[in-house]
Design a protein around this ligand. Structure first.
Ligand SMILES: O=C(O)CCC(=O)C(=O)O
Length: 313
């Protein structure tokens, strides 16, 4: 909550950019001489004009960069080790942290629309997995729970994006043979993992309290940075601009802001060969920090409430 409070302004800015567009954000930036409180108020006001349920959540990226407790969780055996295993990492393979994101689905926030995470990542890879870590118990779906729902098998459906483009603007996809999986209630300490191409969705928050979840996305070292004409959704741009301007398209995505987190013995080795932003220096070298607060180193389509049905917005 403290970390989120510190970054609330970023969360609102990103949401205005994604839902209302760059122009609206630029217009609000004209008030940049206003106090921080006033600017937050203007951002909120702009979002409040949207119809109810249009905002799926607020999110802030990369808490690991400023909080070593987050970094330690995301490079633990339980989370990073499991991610490496799920990606079939072999001896000598190294796992990099692509990003973390804190998702706050506030009371009354709408559904998280169906999407695949890799569509938002500038990485030419299939070896990508996301862990979803609830930060409070999540009730079962029939009691207002809003854990993720997965379209099992969708990560192998090459025909969907090839013929139909973005799944979020596709019509009814219920005939594509996916199996929907959704966890029952989740307790603190439970984690789900999904492949980077797996379509997933979350119901609206109809419960009495915000639903918070931390996600961590990982990829196997060696993935090249996408660029040029590659199609890519820019929803997560705040997360990757910092490193991607230092890694040319077509080159391996290796940077101190994409730290090697697994196996543990590869962490320092990974960091040595990585690009480091000259401006940021060594601040982001997560392998060294110990102080908690010391700086260390989709959606057009709506899911019909019938299960498995997508419709054009
Ligand atoms: O928590 C949510 O509602 C969205 C999370 C998400 O989209 C993800 O984990 O990729």
């Amino acid at each position: 909550d403290v970390l989120y409070g510190d970054r609330m302004h970023d969360a609102y800015e990103q949401k205005v950019r994604v839902l209302l567009g760059d122009d609206v954000l630029q217009e609000l930036h004209r008030h940049s001489t206003a106090s921080r409180k006033r600017r937050l108020h203007l951002l909120r006001e702009a979002l409040d004009r949207l119809p109810g349920g249009s905002i799926p959540f607020l999110q802030v990226f990369n808490l690991w960069r400023t909080d070593v407790a987050v970094l330690n969780l995301l490079r633990s055996a339980a989370v990073a080790g499991s991610a490496a295993q799920l990606l079939g990492a072999k001896r000598g393979d190294r796992l990099r942290l692509y990003q973390d994101s804190l998702f706050v689905k506030r009371v009354g926030d709408g559904p998280t629309h169906w999407h695949s995470d890799l569509a938002m990542a500038p990485l030419d890879t299939n070896a990508f997995v996301t862990a979803w870590i609830p930060l409070q118990p999540v009730p079962p779906p029939n009691k207002g729970g809003s854990a993720l729902v997965f379209a099992g098998g969708s990560h192998r459906d090459v025909a969907l994006p090839f013929w139909h483009g973005d799944p979020r603007v596709c019509e009814d996809l219920s005939g594509r043979g996916y199996t929907e999986h959704e966890p029952e209630a989740m307790a603190v300490g439970d984690v789900t993992f999904h492949h980077g191409w797996t379509l997933h969705f979350a119901p609206p928050n109809t419960g009495p309290t915000p639903r918070r979840a931390l996600t961590a996305s990982y990829f196997l070292d060696g993935a090249l940075r996408l660029g040029g004409s590659a199609r890519q959704n820019d929803e997560d741009i705040e997360s990757h601009t910092e490193w991607s301007r230092h890694v040319p398209p077509g080159k391996p995505a290796r940077h101190a802001l994409l730290p090697v987190v697994w196996p543990p013995e590869a962490r320092d080795q990974g960091q040595r060969g990585d690009r480091v932003n000259t401006r940021l220096g060594r601040k982001y070298d997560g392998s060294r920090g110990s102080s908690r607060r010391e700086p260390q180193p989709r959606r057009g389509g709506k899911r019909n409430l019938q299960r498995g049905v997508w419709r054009r917005e």
